[in-house]
Each structure stands twice: as structure tokens, then as C-alpha cells.
Design a protein around this ligand. Structure first.
Ligand SMILES: [Zn+2]
Length: 259
């Protein structure tokens, strides 16, 4: 009987990851595709609801969807009508340990809404806050991103590129990441205003939460079958080679505190 001998060689990179999760539990969406919708009704952020949705599309495509090693694909959703309380209510019902406000539970996917609540935004420099607020076990059912829409918000003073980076940062929280202590990261607590790409730690984080499955036959397979005696009828060697490139950019610019 024909037998097969398989040898898999894995080149492992041992390193310490620096990313954090937004909860002690590993909360994730179970879907491979998650939409990011925008709630209609922004007033003070300097752009229309439709323009905000366009920036959301850039935030997912220019940042998270460029991660080569994660399965999660984020999609630009649509502008939707929501209950007025999404614009007025606090995201938490307790100020110390945040208990998500149940009336703002997001049914599915990610919702970005403007919000005027002073408890959410005690400072004009807090541009956005985010929490997965509809949880089933360790599964994220829906997440809410609130953008500071108060009259003194600093969101409207940002360039479109900076707004895209801010939205991408909040979306990172929405699918499960916390802050990174690595300054060259989108998930660093302060946003470098001209940031246009993920950092290494961002890719590590999304790939940890949403690992892409590598088909077992999808990498180089070499048939070294030889002879007819059946002693070594087949030798399959799978090489899984992970090439990691690091590009560190030193950028100067003003930093903006984000939640
Ligand atoms: Zn943050």
C-alpha cells in the first residue's frame, strides 16, 4: 500500500508582542467580514455623513485590510438612521468600570456615530471613544464608536488624512485591540497626525485575534517520489517561510490624545 511521508519545516520567529487587547478576554468577531456603518446626524465635525462614510472606507482599506496575515476584512457599510440616544447618551452606565449602556447596544458589525455627551467627552481633545458593547461570551456581536461632535470638538480641525487615521484607530478598538506601547503603531494612544499605514505591532495584533488559515497544500510542495519499491514512495516538503520586513519611520508632528 502506498504510504506518504510528510515533513513540515516551520521557521518560527520568537519575539515579544507589545499589542494589548481592549479587554482581559479575547473578544473577537466570528465573521470574516464586518461592515462599518455610519449613523446619520453629525453636526460639528466639519464633514457630512456621506463624507464621513468615505473616510471610513479609506480607514479600513488603507490600514486594516492591508494586513497580509489576518482573515478579517472590514467593509465600508452605509449611512443609517439610528435612535437619537446614540447622539446624546453616555456610552457607559458607570464611570469607573464601564458597563456598556444597553440602549446603545449595536445589533451587528461596527457602528460609528457622532455624540454630544459631556461624560463621554469631558475634553475637546478626546476625539473618539469605542467599546464592543454587544457581547455573547467571547464573541463580539456589535461595537460602537462615538466621535466627539460637541461644539468645541477638535475633530473638525484635523486634515482628512488625520481623520482617516483616527477612525482606523477607533475601528481597531472596535474589533478587539487595546493600545500599543509601541509609538510606531496606529494603536499607540496618541496619533501621529500624518500616519498612513499600519505598524508592525498593529499587524501582530490583528493577526493574533484573526489569524489567517494557511491551506496545508497551499505552500510549496515538492514531489520527490523515486523508485518503485515503495520504501520512500513520496516525500512532501512544505516550506512555510515567513518574511518579515520592518520599516520604521520617524515622523515629527503634533500628537493628539485619543481614547
Ligand atoms: Zn485608543
Amino acid at each position: 500500500m502506498r504510504t506518504l511521508f510528510s515533513l513540515f519545516i516551520l521557521l518560527l520567529s520568537f519575539k515579544a508582542n507589545a499589542f494589548t487587547l481592549n479587554n482581559t478576554a479575547k473578544l473577537v468577531f466570528t465573521e470574516d467580514e464586518v461592515k462599518v456603518n455610519v449613523a446619520s446626524g453629525c453636526t460639528n465635525i466639519g464633514i457630512t455623513d456621506a463624507e464621513l462614510l468615505e473616510l471610513v472606507g479609506k480607514a479600513v482599506d488603507n490600514f486594516w485590510n492591508k494586513s497580509p496575515t489576518s482573515r478579517l476584512k472590514l467593509r465600508k457599510g452605509s449611512v443609517i438612521n439610528v435612535d437619537a440616544r446614540f447622539h446624546s447618551d453616555s456610552i457607559c452606565t458607570a464611570s469607573t468600570n464601564c458597563d456598556p449602556n444597553p440602549v446603545l447596544a449595536v445589533d451587528s458589525d461596527i457602528l460609528i456615530s457622532c455624540n454630544l455627551n459631556a461624560t463621554n467627552f469631558p475634553s475637546s481633545s478626546i476625539l473618539g471613544i469605542t467599546i464592543p458593547n454587544n457581547i455573547a461570551g467571547t464573541r463580539i456581536v456589535g461595537s460602537l464608536v462615538l466621535i466627539n461632535d460637541k461644539a468645541d470638538t477638535q475633530f473638525d480641525t484635523k486634515s482628512d488624512d488625520a481623520k482617516v487615521a483616527i477612525l482606523a484607530h477607533e475601528i481597531g478598538h472596535a474589533f478587539g485591540l487595546g493600545h500599543s506601547p509601541v509609538q510606531d503603531s496606529l494603536m499607540y494612544y496618541a496619533t501621529v497626525s500624518q500616519r498612513k499605514a499600519l505598524g508592525r505591532d498593529d499587524i501582530d495584533g490583528i493577526s493574533y485575534l484573526y489569524p489567517k488559515q494557511q491551506p496545508i497544500s497551499g505552500c510549496g510542495t515538492v514531489d520527490m517520489s523515486g523508485g518503485k519499491n515503495g520504501s520512500w514512495p513520496g516525500l512532501f516538503i512544505g516550506f512555510s517561510i515567513i518574511g518579515l520586513a520592518e520599516i520604521y519611520r520617524k515622523r515629527k508632528g503634533s500628537k493628539q490624545i485619543q481614547a
